[in-house]
Design a protein around this ligand. Structure first.
Ligand SMILES: Nc1ncnc2c1ncn2[C@@H]1O[C@H](COP(=O)(O)OP(=O)(O)OP(=O)(O)O)[C@@H](O)[C@H]1O
Length: 596
């Protein structure tokens, strides 16, 4: 039953994948739709024509000899020239397929407004697999799909040829070949799954080798001398898998030999029958020649088809992940109202907002009630995990509150067009992005309309204190940053942070959110950046998240969070006077750093 289910799923996915070829290129797909089946049918046709010639030669009647010969020549000619044509168009279509699949993935991702899928670890694993394998899976899809079709047609046409001897012969051949082919199919699949793809152990293998090869872990692996630890772990898992596979392979080899014998009995029986008939003059020597060739080709093609369909099936399982990704619906939907905060006063209100991350039972935020006015500088403070970043994720609509609502000017933010809302906000996240682009592009991502506005870019550079960094870059604004591309320069953590701040300055939006923007900055830079923000954001609403409490003194309102709840709100002096939780946190830091 399992096999029926698998075959059904295989066929459905195969049919579902076909439109991607068509969408990628109608012309190349049409060419392949002609050449691939032709490639499959030509061997049987050549054999049939050869049989015609031999029959005429053995009977001495030469009426159609020339015709048979010309067509045989034509078939051989076609077979030789189709191969390079097919290879060329296969290559061209593969390129288009890779482009098309990656394009669809990117477009889909741009439509997922929120972080629900990206922060769900199970789902993210899937997204990563889709992304990493998008470069080579289409090649397999192309190669195996064409090969399965070609071998399938070739095998079936050979069986037809054999049917002309006796209808039962094809059946006997099929029955004797199929078990063997299915065994090799299973062997191929099991080995593939265990070694390369989905088993938990194979994931461990990939993880251990990636630890040794990635930049992310390079420092610690070297410093703690962890190479042999990870290589040993790799070896242990490899030998475990290898042992399992070896056993599977031995078992399968024994089955294969037994089934080959069964197949040979079928073939031997049929062949003997044909020879026997030939002794009575029913079949000619030509028939025997054709019979022996077709039986071998049928066997070869059918087992190739089945073995390669196991590899195609694996690719189709990738396509299933791809289709699943394409069918995702964003959980946060855009509203339609345009937001405009450029003129006049406005208020941002958190109305008893509570939030649980998906698949968790714990409230990351509970009953948050806050009212913020235009131009206010709000500091969000609290220990790790208190809920500061989560509050920002709700305001920026990466998630939807579980309970309560967030309003801007009395309107629920879910009613606003999501892009219009986000245009009003610039955020420097603690895990901001470091783009492998030029410095100019990195800054301009804050507002791409200003990419060529030198004055604006330079203003952002000055405000974020990036001048000194710029002086060190050989190509100045056009310097490629990051290490991925040739000529790229990596920056220090603090320098990258200044680039992210420059983006925020360039964006010049009414609401500015700085989520620990100074964690990697030295005290002088931190002081200068804050000065700039205060000076330039008179009219802006600023949310500042930081653990350095000395920096939040200048905030109008300090919101102190603990375990997802607001425990205190007030100015620095009010909260110090109150001698509560904030006072405690502040005292701890003051003692540590000698702050007044
Ligand atoms: N994607 C997520 N899925 C599930 N839980 C999460 C997720 N992100 C954060 N949390 C949990 O929500 C709580 C609040 O996290 P949040 O990142 O808002 O804290 P924070 O105050 O910004 O902390 P920090 O100072 O360390 O940045 C924490 O308990 C955290 O473990």
């Amino acid at each position: 039953m399992k096999i029926v289910k698998t075959v059904k799923k295989f066929l459905l996915l195969f049919i579902k994948s076909f439109p991607i070829f068509w969408k990628s290129s109608k012309l190349y797909t049409t060419i392949l739709l002609i050449t691939v089946p032709l490639q499959g049918i030509l061997p049987a046709l050549s054999l049939w024509l050869a049989k015609g010639m031999i029959d005429e030669l053995s009977t001495g009647v030469f009426t159609n000899l020339m015709i048979f010969f010309i067509f045989w020549l034509l078939a051989s000619f076609l077979s030789s020239i189709i191969s390079p044509i097919e290879m060329t168009f296969q290559g061209l279509l593969t390129d288009k397929l890779i482009y098309n699949i990656n394009r669809q993935l990117m477009e889909k991702s741009s439509k997922l407004n929120d972080l629900y899928y990206f922060e769900d670890s199970n789902f993210y694993d899937n997204i990563q697999v889709i992304e990493q394998e998008a470069a080579w899976r289409p090649v397999n899809l192309m190669v195996f799909a064409t090969s399965v079709i070609r071998n399938g047609i070739s095998g079936i046409s050979m069986l037809f040829l054999l049917t002309s001897f006796h209808p039962f012969i094809s059946l006997i051949i099929l029955i004797s070949i199929l078990p063997q082919a299915f065994v090799s199919y299973r062997l191929q699949r099991e080995a593939f799954e265990t070694m390369v793809d989905r088993s938990p152990d194979s994931r461990k293998l990939r993880y251990y080798s990636s630890v040794m090869l990635s930049k992310e872990h390079a420092k610690e692996v070297r410093l703690f001398n962890l190479s042999s630890f990870f290589i040993n772990k790799y070896d242990q898992v490899y030998y475990k898998i290898h042992r399992d596979i070896k056993n599977v392979r031995y078992k399968q080899a024994i089955y294969s030999i037994l089934l080959v014998l069964l197949g040979l009995i079928g073939i031997g029986f049929s062949f003997w029958w044909v020879i026997e008939q030939a002794t009575h003059g029913i079949f000619t020597p030509g028939d025997i020649l054709i019979f022996s060739s077709s039986i071998l080709l049928a066997r070869q093609s059918l087992s190739n088809m089945i073995e390669e369909s196991s590899l195609l099936y694996d690719t189709l399982l990738y396509m299933e992940k791809f289709f699943n990704f394409l069918s995702l619906k964003p959980i946060v939907n855009s509203g339609t109202k345009k937001l405009n905060l450029q003129e006049g006063d406005y208020e941002i209100t958190f109305n008893h907002v509570s939030f649980k991350y998906p698949k968790t039972d714990r409230y990351a935020l509970s009953n948050i009630h806050l009212n913020i006015k235009r131009g206010e500088k709000i500091a969000l403070v609290g220990e790790n995990g208190a809920g500061k970043t989560t509050l920002i994720k709700l305001l920026t609509r990466f998630y939807h509150p579980t309970e309560g609502t967030i309003h801007i000017n009395g309107v629920d933010i879910s009613s606003y067009d999501i892009h219009s809302l986000r245009e009003h906000i610039s955020v420097v996240f603690q895990d901001f992005s470091k783009f492998n682009l030029t410095l100019r592009e990195n800054i301009a991502l804050g507002d791409l309309t200003k990419i060529d506005q030198e004055a604006e870019i330079w203003k952002a550079i000055k405000n974020s204190n990036l001048n000194q960094v710029l002086d060190q870059l050989p190509n100045k604004l056009e310097q490629m940053l990051g290490k991925i591309f040739n000529g790229g320069t990596d920056l220090s953590g603090g320098q990258w942070q200044k680039v992210a701040l420059a983006r925020a300055f360039l964006r010049d939006s009414p609401i500015v959110i700085l989520d620990e923007p100074t964690a990697s900055l030295d005290p002088r830079s931190e002081h200068e950046v804050f000065q700039s923000f205060i000076k330039l954001s008179k009219d802006k609403t600023v949310f500042l998240i930081t653990h350095r409490l000395s920096s939040v003194k200048m905030a109008d309102k300090i919101v102190v969070l603990k375990d997802g709840k607001i425990v205190e709100v007030g100015s620095h002096s009010e909260l110090i006077k109150k001698q509560g939780y904030y006072f405690e946190l502040y005292k701890l830091q003051a003692e540590k750093y000698g702050i007044e």
